[in-house]
Design a protein. Structure first.
Length: 161
């Protein structure tokens, strides 16, 4: 009888110790406003309904290309992608001029930890993103991330004048 209880506890322990985090799929794309690339903007995917996880984010490069990194509480390393599902997407301006922030590197080990990096003063760049795209409640950008990931281009439209 004692052996059966020990065996059952061992089986429960083994079954209960798996990674319960959702599977991530890579997502990349191009961010544009009326067909013109939007450089250096923050892209955030916020999960809707039953989509697992807490979303992901990234920054567009000088040509408007972006790729997503998962937001995983407690994670100590970047993980590429987001779980498949439905997302509301917001686009926001950066707090700092990305071209003014120099990330120091060590040739032997790569990037240096961010502790102590002096940042430039916050800027208030001229907003090039229509305001409705920067708020989760008003954004009209909704996307479906497929099971195998892929390319999701985000084409923003300027308001009619």
């Amino acid at each position: 009888m004692k052996h059966n209880i020990v065996l059952m506890l061992l089986v429960l322990l083994v079954l209960g110790c798996g990674d319960k985090r959702p599977t991530l799929v890579p997502i990349q794309g191009k961010l544009t406003l009326d067909g013109v690339p939007l450089p250096f903007k923050h892209v955030k995917f916020l999960p809707e309904n039953v989509t697992p996880g807490v979303g992901g984010g990234g920054v567009s490069d000088k040509d408007g290309n972006y790729s997503l990194l998962a937001i995983r509480p407690g994670s100590i390393k970047d993980e590429i992608g987001v779980p498949p599902g439905t997302y509301r997407v917001i686009i926001v301006e950066p707090l700092f001029d990305p071209e003014a922030v120099a990330i120091p590197t060590n040739p032997e080990s790569g990037p240096v930890p961010a502790v102590g990096i002096s940042l430039p003063k916050k800027t208030n760049p001229k907003a090039s993103i229509p305001a409705n795209y920067g708020v989760a409640e008003t954004t009209t950008l909704k996307v479906e991330v497929p099971d195998n990931g892929g390319t999701i281009d985000l084409n923003l439209q300027a308001p009619l004048r």
